[in-house]
Design a protein around this ligand. Sequence first.
Ligand SMILES: Nc1nc(=O)c2c([nH]1)NC[C@@H]1CN(c3ccc(C(=O)N[C@@H](CCC(=O)O)C(=O)O)cc3)CN21
Ligand SMILES: CC(C)C(=O)C(=O)O
Ligand SMILES: [Mg+2]
Length: 269
Amino acid sequence: MSSPKPVRRITAPQITKKKGGEPIVSLTSYHAHTAAIVDRYADFILVGDSLGMVMHGMESTVGVSLDLMIMHGKAVVRGTSRALVVVDMPFGTYEESPSEAFRNAARVMKETQCGAVKLEGGTRMAETIRFLTERGVPVMAHIGLTPQSVHVMGGFKTQGRQESDWDQHFEDARAVTEAGAFAVVLEGMVEPLAAQVTKEIPIPTIGIGASAECDGQILVLEDMLGLNPTPPKFVKVYGDLGGQIEAAVKAYADDVKDRSFPGEGQVYR
Ligand SMILES: Nc1nc(=O)c2c([nH]1)NC[C@@H]1CN(c3ccc(C(=O)N[C@@H](CCC(=O)O)C(=O)O)cc3)CN21
Ligand SMILES: CC(C)C(=O)C(=O)O
Ligand SMILES: [Mg+2]
């Protein structure tokens, strides 16, 4: 008997090759069972540090630890077989030096078996991106609105509203490309800026709040499922999971109170 052929996961270089082709599909996931569903449709799945806010009720992503990212990264890798899994490097684990970044990124890859990491920053992180890619860690970059800098920016603010800021974003996009990033997330960027960055660089741009001009799109899964009561404006809500969960929980509570649950099928006799 021959065993079934294992499905080969999509690789970072395969994502890079999608530049200019059919748009790249991506969502975040932090959880094995939801990741298994996303796995059937996404080119890559991001275990984002937004999990601190979405799963753990934090006010920003600043408090997320490497251990927490690794825990959720393991769950998502276990639940999937096809999509590339990318894990966010959390605040404070990669900025100080390339060697610190490598030590922590290698831990993430060894312990989760993910295929790549993502880190925030353009020009300022270029040296680190090169250091990691040259040593076997594929890096997705993330520029524009970088949530880990929320306390410097003074909030989650859309980028590129003033054309005088555009040069810095172009420089960031070029720097991460030259440093070897296999793709770059453009977050919270006005459409004409995202369009021009996408045109200018040879690696795919993955937009979140950055228009349909990007080479691909990503959203936070819970936002698009309707589980976040106050999603950012750029989110299109495709489901009503919040409403469905509420209806199910209410029905259960009613059943328990009138003793219709557990019923015939749910009892050991
Ligand atoms: N649930 C969730 N979804 C996300 O997309 C997300 C996170 N969490 N956490 C990390 C970052 C933070 N993000 C955010 C959060 C809020 C806005 C926001 O409120 N934006 C304003 C626009 C502000 C402006 O125009 O300057 C908005 O009204 O949508 C944007 C990005 C995106 N990321
Ligand atoms: C918003 C996406 C790109 C992200 O970095 C996250 O979910 O943490
Ligand atoms: Mg993130």
